[in-house]
Ligand binder design. Structure first.
Ligand SMILES: O=C(O)CCC(=O)C(=O)O
Length: 278
């Protein structure tokens, strides 16, 4: 049965309480099936290097030459119009604004992620290590940021869906938590749990649903044990007025502030589009 996208969905008090308690919230279906088809085609074009416009994405990672490795490209919106439409979707902005209790949301950057299906092969190639997104984003002056992970197929643990650690956004920034590329989940769990309650919760999504997690929420994902790739588009968003915190950590977004960024300069130029304003 076809599930309709809920384009008029409004965040409820219960949604806010779930986000505040667990550090993440699962949306209803936001993206309709036609748009999902277009976004899956956008993936194909991107991975074959067929870009809209004459530019390049910000980064393109393939963790190795291994075909089983995760592929990830940052700022797909620079090179693909379908990706641009979804990561600047005002509905995603509005839901994020409600969860962060703010009036304006801008895009921080996006990711286009492809996790190959490896069936029964013995490899950790597709794993995304437990990490906090703010572990990478310490050049911004608030950790109140949200990652919106949009599923382009039904997604659960069998195809390497994301897991979050419930309540871990309350732990603050944990040292060395920028460990997306460390595929040893057990080692990372041991390192970060450090006597705290480590409760792994799967983000089970139908195609077109999204998970919204806080910048400090630990998350990661395991192998895609199916024979089909797991496709997603991810919008990382911030509150309007988020500024530069100098001298802490390098990030590619800093150079988008210009050659001489200054402490407190807001990430508010055309590289960081407003996606919602109340
Ligand atoms: O796609 C995944 O499994 C992880 C993605 C992720 O860590 C993120 O979007 O912050």
């Amino acid at each position: 049965m076809q599930i309709k996208a809920e384009r008029s969905y409004k965040i409820t008090q219960a949604d806010k309480e779930i986000f505040a308690r667990d550090g993440y919230w699962i949306s209803p279906k936001l993206i309709d099936d036609e748009q999902i088809v277009r976004l899956r085609q956008a993936h194909e074009r991107i991975w074959s290097g067929d870009y809209d416009g004459d530019g390049y994405p910000m980064n393109h990672f393939q963790l190795s030459d291994n075909p089983d490795a995760l592929r990830k490209l940052d700022n797909g919106w620079w090179v693909n119009d379908e990706i641009r439409t979804v990561v600047t979707d005002p509905l995603i902005g509005e839901l994020s604004a409600e969860l962060l209790e703010t009036d304006e949301i801008r895009l921080w950057h996006d990711q286009v992620i492809y996790k190959p299906g490896i069936g029964e092969k013995a490899t950790k190639a597709g794993n995304v290590g437990w990490h906090q997104d703010y572990g990478y984003w310490q050049c911004s002056d608030t950790s109140d940021m949200i990652t919106v992970w949009i599923a382009l197929q039904d997604t659960d643990l069998t195809n390497g869906g994301m897991m979050t650690i419930a309540g871990s956004h309350k732990w603050g920034l944990v040292p060395d938590s920028d460990s997306f590329f460390n595929q040893n989940m057990e080692e990372l769990k041991h390192k970060y749990s450090d006597g705290r309650d480590w409760v792994e919760e799967p983000c089970i999504l139908k195609a077109g649903q999204a998970s919204f997690h806080h910048g400090l929420t630990f998350h990661g994902s395991g192998q895609n044990r199916t024979n089909e790739p797991r496709l997603s588009v991810v919008a990382h968003v911030m509150k309007g007025g988020t500024g530069y915190r100098a001298g802490i950590q390098r990030h590619d977004n800093i150079r988008l502030l210009g050659p001489r960024p200054v402490q407190g300069q807001t990430f508010s130029n055309e590289y960081f589009p407003v996606i919602y304003k109340r």
